[in-house]
Design a protein around this ligand. Structure first.
Ligand code: GRF
Length: 214
């Protein structure tokens, strides 16, 4: 059983997609051990509570400095016994010491088809504003393993979404979430829970699983 720690900062719709996928069997062999937010007001925490999942807030301003915050976050992750750390709408920059500790065991969802519209300062609505400004006809979302860079880790899954002529950034963001993020995040977790993928030389490959997992 793959133990998950899910890091959130906001609305938690990706967390909800994971909760729902576990409930309806699209994800098997995985369990959310804890939801951790850096933001005490994150609606994601209410979603965890409603689902009966342990949750806690580890908030930077409650610590003397960034280092203490990072230590507290790492301790919470280790105490959770998580096999996989899932960044689901997480706005915290994960420090190198934690990235190293969870090498190829930490995944992130980014609301574009990496390597487009990603990297430092590309998050939230800005990603979709830039996609519309560039006039792309297709965008989407990416789930990737987290490495020391920003949105640079090995790509696990991507899903494309059509850009409509009259899209606003908000409308496009919602479509990318509904049609891409909430589909590939659960799928990626299910693949990992069944040992169906491996990161090799910076690329993710599919491996045959004993249970013939698809
Ligand atoms: C999503 O667009 C996700 O791609 C980005 O944060 C946004 C909010 O996610 N990382 P959520 O509703 O909090 O899951």
């Amino acid at each position: 059983m793959l133990k998950l720690a899910v890091l959130v900062s906001g609305g938690g719709t990706n967390l909800q997609a994971i909760i729902d996928a576990i409930a309806d069997g699209r994800i098997t062999n995985a369990k959310i051990e804890i939801v951790i937010s850096n933001n005490p007001h994150a609606y994601a925490l209410k979603r965890a509570e409603k689902a009966g999942i342990s949750f806690r807030c580890i908030c930077p301003r409650d610590y003397a400095d960034r280092e203490d915050f990072h230590e507290a976050l790492l301790l919470a992750l280790e105490q959770s016994g998580a096999d996989l750390v899932v960044l689901a709408g997480c706005m915290v920059v994960i420090p190198e010491q934690i990235v190293r500790r969870y090498e190829n065991r930490m995944i992130n969802i980014h609301p574009s088809l990496i390597p487009s519209f990603c990297g430092k300062d590309y998050y939230g609505l800005r990603v979709h504003e830039e996609a519309l400004a560039r006039g792309v006809k297709v965008t989407g979302a990416t789930v990737h393993f987290v490495d020391a860079g920003t949105d640079t880790g090995p790509i696990i899954l991507q899903k494309a979404v059509k850009v409509e002529e009259d899209d606003t950034p908000e409308v496009l963001q919602r479509r990318v979430m509904e049609e891409a993020e909430w589909v590939i995040m659960p799928r990626a977790i299910d693949l990992i829970a069944h040992g169906a993928i491996q990161a090799v030389d910076g690329k993710v490959i599919r491996v045959k699983t004993e249970d013939g997992h698809r």
